[in-house]
Design a protein around this ligand. Structure first.
Ligand code: HDL
Ligand code: ZN
Length: 416
């Protein structure tokens, strides 16, 4: 039965968006077999680096002294500063409270000790089940770094068995720090040379294939600075051109470029010390034009890059924009960017990823994003109905399924 009016439309969109099982295409989560690499619990939620940056705007404690505190002491300081001495209006703080509420905890009580005792009794394996069920996330793509010693040891024991955790081969340590990354490859027995001579290109390709297969990686990824340009006479450019793109094409997996991060503008803040800069859309266009057999997942960190990324995506079917990344993952910007994408790309994009670093964040990042995306979708369907077009609820469910996972898997699997 076609939908007759705005009220029915709103309900149909809300039903579809609230029930869709999500593929979260970029996270920093790990399955429990990775041990301490999987962060979870209220103290990890509160000490998420977003809140660390916001806390240091208020306190006089030297950042070196802050890092001497235990995680619990850091959480106490953040809780006092951002939640008690100031109303927790920022998205990062609201998120903590949404997650706690979704676990049935009384946020009105403001009882951090009480919240802690709730988590003390949990087993991580059961808690993973709880969070996936309550957040409506079907599967997450991890960020997997073979250059991280702890993580590499786990992968060398065997593949990931939990289908909810898919792998992405992350290449920052290779592409953005070739000196040290290449030296590690040499130590691991790959015949590479710092100046990329000899068998280096062939050996880097061997490394990429071995690890993509070991991880069963659904894509390869790298974060890149605003200054990233190609073509360029640099190790990064050569490694992308002669190693990453040929291996991604051979394996038929996308190359994900996350562009616009200025690393450690404030090094003392560590993970919280990165910033943003406007990047070159011409480089994205150059790569999509020059490598038509490759598939590019692209997210850009600067708000100023969003419109031109949408326009570029209109030109290249091998370019898939994804997510409202990091400093863009705020309701006002998710709304603006999603409406822009719907108007310029229809349904042919991936609206969001969580970027979750702490398991519990799936309980808020997706609730917040579902609501915003549903609102934008509803307005667009209402505009459609105003033309006299009739829409079925089953078509809304079809469309929503594409946005929250279908487009991703179709892009990963299609032969461009
Ligand atoms: O490079 C990335 O994948 C970024 O998402 C960084 O990890 C960043 O610190 C982050 O967590 N942003 O949300
Ligand atoms: Zn990330």
């Amino acid at each position: 039965m076609p939908i007759d009016n705005a009220d029915e439309l709103r309900k149909a969109v809300d039903r579809a968006v609230s029930s869709v099982q999500i593929t979260d295409v970029h996270t920093h989560l790990f399955s429990p077999r990775f041990g301490g690499l999987l962060l979870w619990g209220v103290d990890e939620l509160i000490t998420y680096h977003y809140l660390i940056a916001e806390t240091h705007r208020w306190i006089d404690l030297p950042v070196e002294d802050y890092w001497e505190l235990s995680t619990r002491e850091q959480a106490d300081l953040i809780w006092r500063t951002l939640f008690l001495e100031n109303s927790p209006l920022a998205e990062s703080c609201r998120g903590v409270l949404t997650a706690l509420r979704n676990l049935g905890l009384d946020t009105a009580a403001r009882d951090l000790e009480g919240y802690r005792s709730r988590f003390a009794s949990l087993r991580v394996e059961e808690y993973v089940d709880t969070v996936f069920e309550r957040s409506g996330v079907k599967e997450v793509v991890m960020t997997n770094d073979p250059f991280d010693d702890a993580e590499r040891e786990v992968w060398l024991q065997g593949p990931e068995e939990d289908p909810r955790f898919r792998a992405a081969l992350r290449l920052d340590a290779l592409l953005n720090a070739w000196e040290t990354g290449g030296a590690k490859l040499a130590r691991w027995g790959y015949g590479v040379q710092t100046r990329l001579g000899g068998d280096t290109i062939r050996e880097v390709k061997r490394f990429l294939k071995e690890w993509a297969e070991r991880m069963q990686a659904v894509y390869m990824a790298v974060s890149l600075p605003p200054t990233f340009v190609m073509p360029e006479d640099s190790p990064r450019s050569r490694l992308i051109r002669e190693c990453v793109l040929p291996v991604c094409e051979e394996l038929n997996i996308p190359f994900a470029m996350m562009i616009g991060v200025k690393k450690l503008v404030n090094p003392g803040l560590r993970l919280a010390g990165d910033s943003v800069g406007k990047a070159s859309i011409e480089t994205v266009e150059h790569l999509c034009t020059t490598y038509p057999g490759n598939k590019f997942l692209v997210t850009m960190l600067s708000r100023e890059n969003q419109h031109e990324l949408c326009v570029a995506a209109r030109k290249y079917r091998n370019l898939m924009p994804f997510g409202c990344w990091w400093f863009l993952n705020n309701p006002s910007l998710v709304d603006e960017i999603t409406r822009m994408r719907l108007e310029l790309l229809g349904l042919s994009f991936i609206p969001q990823h969580s970027d979750a670093r702490v398991l519990d964040q799936l309980l808020y990042k997706w609730e917040h994003s579902r609501r915003i995306i549903a609102g934008a979708l509803c307005d667009k369907y209402r505009d459609l109905m105003a033309t006299g077009w009739r829409i079925e609820e089953s078509e809304i469910q079809r469309d929503v399924g594409k946005l929250f996972g279908g487009n991703f898997w179709q892009f990963v699997e299609r032969k461009i």
